[in-house]
Design a protein around this ligand. Sequence first.
Ligand SMILES: NC(=O)c1ccc[n+]([C@@H]2O[C@H](COP(=O)([O-])OP(=O)(O)OC[C@H]3O[C@@H](n4cnc5c(N)ncnc54)[C@H](OP(=O)(O)O)[C@@H]3O)[C@@H](O)[C@H]2O)c1
Length: 260
Amino acid sequence: MNEYTLITGATSGIGYELVKLFAKDKDNLILVARNEEKLNEIKNDLTEKYGIDVVVVPMDLSIIENSKKLYDKTKELNLKVVKLINNAGFGDSCEFINCKIAKINQMIDLNMKALTNLTYYYANDMKENKYGRILNVSSVAAYLAGPYMGVYYASKAYVMNFSIALAVEMKKYNVKISILCPGPTKTDFAHKAEFKNENSFNKYATKPERVAKIAYKKFRKGKLVINPGFVVKLISFGTRLTSRKFAAKRSAGLNNSRVK
Ligand SMILES: NC(=O)c1ccc[n+]([C@@H]2O[C@H](COP(=O)([O-])OP(=O)(O)OC[C@H]3O[C@@H](n4cnc5c(N)ncnc54)[C@H](OP(=O)(O)O)[C@@H]3O)[C@@H](O)[C@H]2O)c1
């Protein structure tokens, strides 16, 4: 049975940059996102360049049943997933009481539920195979509470704590978990989060190629928490020294300036 790396959110930003790095190292890939046309373009490009097998699954992972459908499909096709990259996710910039509740629920379903369900199904197989690697994409937002993006920050704190707990449980099965905590990164994120000043966010943001390169290198080494870049390291350290309330107030100022 051929081995595969499954990557969610494979069509743009950090996910797409990770896709290219895994492909370059000749991993066979299962790519998931909603945009079928983009997935097929990527598939054609990578199969031609690297001669790897690329399976695309166009799917909305914020629909809860789809995580199991994705897992069943990979079983049906006899694809052995040895690396799982839970990257798909998005944010929302709004005062909580004014947010659209449907978008908030979609965020909870994608950022937390889909990630948890996919991890559950594939981690069980990895245990059976006595090998596996999982990379869960969190954020620097995991280190503090973020007024005006409260649910997003909390969803990333969930990813962080869940993944650290899982890493402890899975060590005995030779399944390693890594958590990636990017800071502001120049992707479609700011647009989808409906930031007022999308351009100024992107102006100072890190390129996704750089975030992916650091993530890929550290993931391969089995590092647990991957803080890409100096600013993220500073925030992860600094938030340990300040009160949670102080950190939340500082982040409130920044996040509120982005609300439309
Ligand atoms: N950019 C940042 O500043 C930043 C910072 C910290 C953490 N992160 C995290 O990094 C991860 C990747 O985000 P990004 O910045 O690279 O954003 P992005 O450019 O918007 O990429 C998001 C990817 O997820 C896919 N996706 C979105 N909704 C989906 C759904 N319902 N079902 C399946 N796939 C879906 C998108 O493809 P389709 O639209 O085709 O579905 C796309 O491939 C996210 O978890 C994000 O929270 C980003």
